[in-house]
Design a protein around this ligand. Sequence first.
Ligand SMILES: *Cc1c(COP(=O)(O)O)cnc(C)c1O
Length: 390
Amino acid sequence: MDSLDQFARDKLAALAASQLKRRLAPTRSADAGWVERGGRRLLSFSSNDYLALSQHPQVKAAAADAVMTYGAGAGASRLVTGDHPLIGALEQKLAALKGAEAACVLGSGYLTNAGLIPSLVGPEDVIFIDALAHACMWAGAKLAGARVRMFRHNDMADLAALLRAHRGSGRRALIASEGVFSMDGDRAPIADLAALARDHDGWLLIDDAHGLGVLGEEGRGSVQAAGLGAADVPLQMGTLSKALGSYGGFICASATVIDLLKNRARPLIYSTGLPPASAAAALAAIDVMTAEPARRAKPLALARRFAQRLGLAPPQSPVVPLIIGAAGPALEAMAVLEEAGYLVVAIRPPTVPEGTARLRFCFSAAHQESDAMALADIIAERIPYRRQAA
Ligand SMILES: *Cc1c(COP(=O)(O)O)cnc(C)c1O
């Protein structure tokens, strides 16, 4: 065997030995909330489609119309010929939603953070980042080449101490955290982060991939839900791919910062623009989201009822982790639920810290209270879990 295949085989064997090997499982979304996988119909609690908008008739029609009118792809970078007017309309709508001057849409949430962070800070600067921040913020930090200081998850005393000790080591400073943490469902103390950012001349970046649509008035997200705005959080990042049911990422900021990003963010400059259909779907989804308070309230309400039934701490978002511990038992728990007709994908390291493998439940407007209760009953009966979240 040549060295390349030998390398791949060794790596895969090591992953398999520690129960960390992953496998793609072809999955079709059927009706909202339901999927088909391995020839079975399962009720899914693993999609981030919180408002079930990926299957909403108005959203699908907007995407289909855009495909028929404008075609399937953008054809080039936005800076060449890929800047469809729908993207500009979407940026205006996102900026208004977040109370910011302007917005920039990129190919995905991952690309947004990977492009944004190196556009703002570099080797002479310092980034303070929450230990549980999403992989794409870490990727952005790495690409930036800045010094990185990790603070303990949501620990403002730790961040304050790090700022006192290390803020001076960087010309500019970025402070990066999430509105709602993707794997734990807890929220960041955004007001405290904003105060520390102000005191130390740090630029606060909040990734609110999981807050949009389910928190704040009209689903504006975590920053608005905390009673804050663009003056407190100058960099509000989000994705079109979760509650909005489409695909793509965005950043809201001042018009000047957005202008700079459009000149410097490499995933905007060197990658093809968002397909018009994704922009059209996101535009339609924002309309449905802002118009339907009951749809927005349902995911968190269901998460709370579910957690109550299992004696878990009250959730702060529609994401509820059930900590199992080791990777093997987490996979076994997933199999038990799958057998019972539910899809709840086990989340293992390195996505979550060692020893905190878990089932991650995402509640959505597509679920019924009876679904959440039946699921909780099966878990209580058959799955050994830790009552305390990690
Ligand atoms: C999903 C996610 C992203 C990436 O967004 P995509 O649009 O899926 O690339 C970024 N940050 C957080 C916190 C996420 O959960």
